[in-house]
Ligand binder design. Structure first.
Ligand SMILES: Nc1ncnc2c1ncn2[C@@H]1O[C@H](COP(=O)(O)OP(=O)(O)OP(=O)(O)O)[C@@H](O)[C@H]1O
Ligand SMILES: [Mg+2]
Length: 394
């Protein structure tokens, strides 16, 4: 029997193949944009030329499977099966397994983007941005959030997107003076940029980060970002994405510490967290620090409105990865405990961690050292690792 419309004479192969191999073959061929019949033919060619004894593949309960092979290949294959003393079904299963092994799925590598935001001031955006980034960059002690293949921390960029420059200062650095090249230049006046943005990033010291953690310092000019964006010629909401895009190949994760505001600059930050077409839901998104008290709940409501209108206006999906209830102190009584319950009752987004109000965070800030380097075993550091595990779980 030959296939009439396949370009070149082909013969039908009718055999059996376990359902999971049929599925894997179908998905992989689609991912690599290869015709399934060509994949099977390649597998059979590889099987025929393979001199080694191949391990037996379980074919129990195999379902019927048919495809078209180039003329003559099926006969040659059957002859080889007889010579090797394996059934046709076993030979075909081994061929498909060989093809799958020779044609691994392309790893979809997009940089995860976490925007730490809340227009309410002082809730812990900077503390959470730094702690999350440090936890992600940390070595193998962070089971779950590390790059399992490398068994090491991730390459993380912290972006100080707040003109106040707290993050920059807390890590012992100084903000970029007004008028000098910075993230703002790359967002608003790309034609004036003289160097790649990567040159402006600085490594954060600390053995546990292994040079994997870098920061793009704040710029005093960032105070002008909102007004600059008002007159910006081009898609304003994409301004941050455009500026940071060239950095993405250098980092596994980019964490943005946002200012306490809801202006155009924040629209650009929220948009940067949008779900891209080639990435699964939840791989990038917002991390929202809040406190366990009533005004935090009101502020969260406003943030949600902003996210909703941005999503509608630009037809984008912005995932909220989770809430971090920060500076929690149950000794504050009913307000604190009932607020915490309300945050937990939201369910979506989930509460990623409850970070206690304890001294180490403030001490690390005073000493201008990363929290996880200054006090790696304190409860706050453990909660930062918990956040890292939570956001990388999807
Ligand atoms: N869990 C915590 N325990 C104790 N102190 C904390 C904790 N989290 C943050 N702080 C302290 O609270 C203050 C405000 O925190 P932070 O600067 O992170 O908030 P923020 O939301 O970034 O503020 P802003 O809106 O001004 O950017 C800082 O002094 C910080 O060190
Ligand atoms: Mg801050």
């Amino acid at each position: 029997m030959s296939s009439p419309n396949l370009g070149g004479e082909r013969e039908k192969l009718v055999s059996k193949l376990p359902a999971h191999l049929q599925q894997a073959l179908k998905v992989r061929a689609a991912q690599l944009q290869i015709d399934m019949q060509d994949a099977v033919a390649e597998g059979i060619h590889a099987w025929r030329s393979c001199g080694d004894q191949l391990p037996a593949v379980s074919t129990a309960g195999a379902d019927s499977f048919g495809t078209y092979l180039p003329e003559g290949l099926y006969e040659d294959f059957k002859t080889d099966c007889r010579d090797r003393g394996v059934s046709y079904i076993q030979g075909l299963a081994q061929s498909v397994v060989l093809w799958l092994a020779d044609n691994p799925a392309e790893v979809q590598k997009t940089t995860r983007r976490y925007i730490v935001c809340n227009q309410k001031g002082g809730v812990g955006k900077t503390a959470v941005s730094a702690g999350l980034a440090e936890a992600l960059a940390e070595g193998p002690s962070l089971v779950g959030a590390v790059d399992q293949a490398k068994n090491s921390g991730l390459r993380v960029l912290l972006v100080d997107y707040d003109p106040q420059g707290h993050l920059t200062h807390q890590l012992g650095l100084t903000a970029i003076p007004a008028g000098q090249e910075s993230l703002i230049t790359h967002m608003l006046h790309r034609e004036q940029a003289k160097q790649p943005l990567l040159n402006l990033t600085i490594a954060i010291s600390g053995d546990r980060f292994g040079g994997r953690l870098r920061i793009l310092p704040a710029a005093f000019d960032a105070f002008l970002l909102d007004s600059g964006l008002t007159v910006f010629r081009g898609p304003r909401e994409a301004a941050l994405e455009r500026a940071l895009a060239p950095l993405e190949e250098h980092f596994d994760v980019i964490v943005v510490d946002s200012p306490p505001s809801l202006g155009l600059a924040m629209d650009a930050a929220l948009s940067y967290a949008r779900q891209r077409g080639d990435e699964p839901p939840g791989s990038s998104g917002l991390v929202i620090p809040v406190e366990a008290e009533d005004t935090s709940a009101q502020a969260y409501g406003m943030l949600i409105q902003q996210i909703d209108s941005l999503s509608r206006d630009f037809d984008m999906t912005i995932d909220q990865l989770g809430i971090v209830v920060n500076k929690f102190d149950s000794r504050r009584g009913y307000i604190a405990t009932s607020s915490l319950e309300k945050w937990k009752a939201l369910g979506t987004p989930p509460v990623l961690a409850v970070v206690p109000d304890v001294k180490e965070q403030r001490e690390a800030v005073r000493k201008q050292r990363p929290l996880l380097d200054y006090a790696p075993d304190c409860e706050q550091s453990h909660q930062m690792r918990q956040i890292a595990r939570g956001v990388t779980a999807t």
